[in-house]
Design a protein around this ligand. Structure first.
Ligand code: NAP
Length: 341
């Protein structure tokens, strides 16, 4: 197809998806009967100290679920546990590094010892690494795979063993729009998120072949969202991390809670993720070029300087403690200083 015609088609698909999503609210808002089904269920949430995981835990607490909170920053998990309990839920804190298989097994054992079973397991923990592939140290690429892909494999393994033994359960793995559409300057991140999506597809096939109808695997694919992710990302681009048209984290929080009750093999969250996902399936090369150009503009051309940092990849950071990351506000301030619209 001629590039100009392909580009026009892509814009049309994008527009149609956005409009459809706007009208349908992308169908992932939580209704009253959904809320009632969450009460009393046991959820394991990794990466519950900040960002989506913290938001998911707080939402589950307000819906009176039992929430098992895992991450490395114990004091933040305790803070979240207090809020979950105050909202009417029950919480258990299990300090966990998801890259360590023995700690993931301990997480599963602790959840069962406290609540007797796990109904939903959410592998949400993850970290980014931004920069030209060869500028990112190889030990950072390696650790990123340990956390984002191996951590999800360890969590999925622990969860599916439990689910098979108890006969039911919903596994939710946090992918990204990068799972479908690889992003320039996030090479190993995109590779791990593609791996997470592929893992979920295979696990669903194995469950179907084994006749396990009450066990499901969903992969959630958000667009860029304003969480501490961008502050926590290892950064070797020379610039502060930023991205186009960031979403509010709450739409991802709601989508994860919704999909725990309405499993979907793949769930792009919101109109932009749905449009990019669909567009990549029809026009893969063109979508990758457009995404690459956007990433180049945001990560390389228009950002403020930032010294290289491994971020929260190897050790947790003190900063970046809320659900929101304040990135949209920072970008507005940076643009105002440099006179950009
Ligand atoms: N924000 C986005 O634009 C976006 C878009 C698509 C997908 N995602 C994905 O969403 C997930 C959550 O990210 P977020 O946006 O909520 O950012 P975030 O605020 O940085 O949350 C990451 C969470 O993972 C935990 N974590 C990191 N390394 C860990 C390790 N080794 N062991 C245990 N926990 C670890 C962090 O806690 P500790 O530091 O306390 O361990 C934190 O709770 C990630 O998988 C990310 O890839 C994010």
């Amino acid at each position: 197809m001629h590039p100009r015609r392909a580009f026009r088609s892509i814009v049309l698909v994008l527009f149609a998806m956005l409009a459809a999503c706007q009208l349908a609210g992308c169908a992932t808002s939580i209704q009253a009967d959904d809320a009632a089904r969450v009460a009393g269920k046991t959820y394991v949430v990794t990466g519950a100290s900040s960002g989506f995981g913290r938001g998911i835990a707080l939402k589950l607490g307000s819906l009176r679920a039992n929430v098992v909170l895992a991450a490395r920053r114990t004091e933040l998990l305790q803070e979240v546990a207090a809020q979950v309990t105050a909202a009417g839920g029950t919480a258990l804190v299990v300090t966990t590094d998801v890259a360590k298989p023995e700690e993931m097994r301990r997480l599963a054992d602790s959840a069962v010892a406290r609540f007797g079973r796990v109904d939903v397991w959410i592998n949400n923990a993850g970290v980014g690494a931004i920069g030209r592939f060869e500028d990112i140290p190889v030990e950072d690429h390696s650790r990123l795979v340990d956390v984002n892909l191996k951590g999800v494999i360890y969590g999925s393994h622990a969860a599916l063993r439990l689910f098979r033994a108890q006969g039911h359960g919903a596994l939710i793995n946090m992918g990204s729009v990068d799972s479908e559409v690889p992003h320039a300057y996030q090479a190993s991140y995109s590779a791990t998120k593609a791996g997470v999506l592929s893992l979920g597809r295979v696990l669903n096939e194995e469950l179907r072949l084994g006749g396990h109808r009450a066990i499901s695997v969903s992969t959630v694919l958000p667009w860029a969202a304003d969480t501490p992710f961008w502050e926590h990302a290892a950064t070797y681009s020379g610039s502060t991390p930023r991205f186009a048209a960031m979403d509010d984290p709450q739409i991802v929080v709601d989508a994860v809670v919704w999909v725990s009750l309405h499993p979907r093999e793949e769930l792009p969250v919101g109109g932009k993720a749905a449009a990019a996902y669909t567009s990549h399936r029809i026009f893969s090369n063109l979508t990758e070029r457009i995404t690459g150009n956007i990433a180049h503009r945001y990560q390389m051309d228009s950002a403020s300087p930032r010294p290289s940092t491994p971020g929260a990849l190897h050790q947790p950071m003190q900063s970046g403690r809320g659900v929101e990351g304040g990135v949209r506000e920072r970008m507005r301030q940076e643009d105002a200083v440099r006179g950009r619209p």
